[in-house]
Design a binder for this molecule. Structure first.
Ligand SMILES: Cc1cc2nc3c(=O)[nH]c(=O)nc-3n(C[C@H](O)[C@H](O)[C@H](O)COP(=O)(O)OP(=O)(O)OC[C@H]3O[C@@H](n4cnc5c(N)ncnc54)[C@H](O)[C@@H]3O)c2cc1C
Length: 418
């Protein structure tokens, strides 16, 4: 961690050193900008095992970006290649029928893409965070934490952020990577469209007797998806969606009872299963910022869009934001534009909003269609999934989308420098 030079003017100040903020710092540095990143929390706290129990499925395009940024080498030993995804209408563990996956409706196989690459890589967020921070230090990027932004000034020609301790940091551009409740977005008066789902995701790690062979399972129970995502070793990360009330009850269960509930939902197709480590819960909602840019301000990651985790795409979208912003700012600068001006930033908004909004709404529809036990909807979605699964081009399209290889690709996602 280095101290800020009060007289130093950065090209970009990134507010928020979460996964997206750190990746944005590296992306803009790769584009030749002078960047600094600040976070409200001490770095050690964000690296502690208890801080974030989630693991993220990194699309293979995101992994290529990590290779280009020099992050992949540090993360590889903790990353599990994702070779297949099996999606099914799960069978309700109601005591009469067992838990576990129902007949498969959709099967995505990396072999079908003929790229020789997996569909993606699964990595625990804490490992990804550490790999990003180490790379940031290697690159000599200014990272200040704990440093809570308390005041924002977006006026021309330079923006300024006042920290809680009174220090002031100046930059041509503020990048808001400060999460779903983004203080920077609020200070700029940017409104959001948002709704809550009556769902909470419980996240835990499961240890199982038999290997997962890189296969992810997602099955749909009436309250929402139950995802089993392969981690290194004979372990899987669980994203178990329930109603908020049921989730609260599950969170309060003693370990032994939780283990029993878990194995009922999970099923026995990987032998005996037991939870390992703590459990976390995340209330789920969708939120989209109405604008992504203002003079001297740009939004990335959850500050711009927070989506349902049903497709495991939130962080991937944030990485695409970071890569697209690097391209747009590098082109703007080459054209002689002031990188904090709205004219330089608007191409970013046009590019990213379309992708983010379509995925946010897609996940919303998917969740509404599948997270229920509606007698009329069940056969319709069964036919829809069976058709998609049976038709090769449709299946390959979805597999490519999961891999992040659709739409216009920024340089970093192609493994190139901006
Ligand atoms: C259950 C679940 C499972 C998920 N699984 C996946 C998956 O498999 N794949 C995937 O791609 N995505 C997944 N996601 C989504 C993904 O986790 C998020 O999209 C991603 O973590 C957002 O990162 P972020 O950096 O934008 O925001 P955050 O992680 O919220 O980071 C914001 C940062 O800003 C800092 N901050 C806030 N205010 C201030 C301030 N005033 N001053 C300074 N710093 C500040 C905070 O301390 C924090 O570090 C999942 C989400 C959930 C809930």
């Amino acid at each position: 961690m280095s101290a800020p030079h009060s007289d130093k003017i950065h090209d970009a100040l990134i507010v928020g050193g979460g996964l997206v903020g750190l990746a944005t710092a590296l992306s803009l540095d790769a584009a030749g900008l002078d960047v600094a990143v600040i976070d409200a929390l001490p770095i050690e706290a964000t690296l502690a095992e208890e801080f974030d129990g989630r693991a993220s499925a990194l699309a293979y395009a995101s992994w290529r970006m990590f290779e280009a940024l020099g992050v992949a080498g540090r993360l590889r030993q903790h990353a599990q290649p994702l070779t297949e995804i099996l999606v099914s209408d799960g069978r309700a563990p109601d005591g009469l029928r067992p838990g576990g996956p129902g007949p498969f409706f959709l099967h995505f196989d990396s072999a079908e893409l003929q790229t020789g690459l997996p569909l993606g890589m699964m990595a625990e967020n804490r490992h990804t965070r550490l790999a990003l921070i180490e790379t940031l230090h290697d690159r000599g990027i200014t990272a200040i934490a704990p440093a809570k932004a308390a005041g924002f000034d977006f006026s021309d020609p330079l923006a300024a952020v006042t920290l809680q301790d009174g220090r002031v940091i100046r930059a041509k551009l503020i990048v808001a990577a400060d999460g779903r409740f983004s203080p920077a977005r609020q200070a700029a008066g940017i409104r959001t469209t948002a709704w809550r789902y009556k769902q909470t995701a419980i996240v835990a790690t499961a240890h199982h007797e038999q290997p997962h062979n890189g296969v992810a399972h997602e099955y749909f129970l009436p309250a929402g998806p139950f995802a089993i995502l392969p981690l290194t070793g004979d372990r899987s990360s669980l994203v178990w969606t329930e109603t908020p009330r049921a989730a609260q009850a599950l969170m309060q269960l003693p370990d032994e009872d939780f283990a029993e509930e878990l194995s009922r939902r999970f099923g026995d197709f990987m032998g005996a299963v037991r939870p390992g480590g703590p459990r976390w819960s995340y209330p789920l909602g969708l939120q989209i910022a109405e604008d992504y840019v203002r003079p001297r301000l740009v939004l990335v990651g959850d500050a711009a869009h927070a989506i349902h985790p049903i497709a495991g795409q939130g962080f991937n979208l944030g990485l695409r934001d970071a890569a697209a912003l690097a391209d747009v700012l590098s082109e703007g600068r080459a054209a002689g534009l002031d990188i904090g001006s709205e004219v330089a930033l608007l191409p970013y908004e046009t590019w990213r909003k379309a992708d983010n909004v379509s995925l946010a709404l897609g996940t919303d529809i998917f969740n509404r269609l599948f997270s229920n036990d509606d007698r009329l909807l069940r056969p319709v979605r069964g036919i829809g999934m069976a058709l998609t699964g049976a038709v090769g081009p449709a299946r390959r399209f979805f597999a490519r989308h999961a891999g992040g290889a659709t739409g216009t690709q920024p340089a970093l996602l192609k493994g190139e420098t901006p």
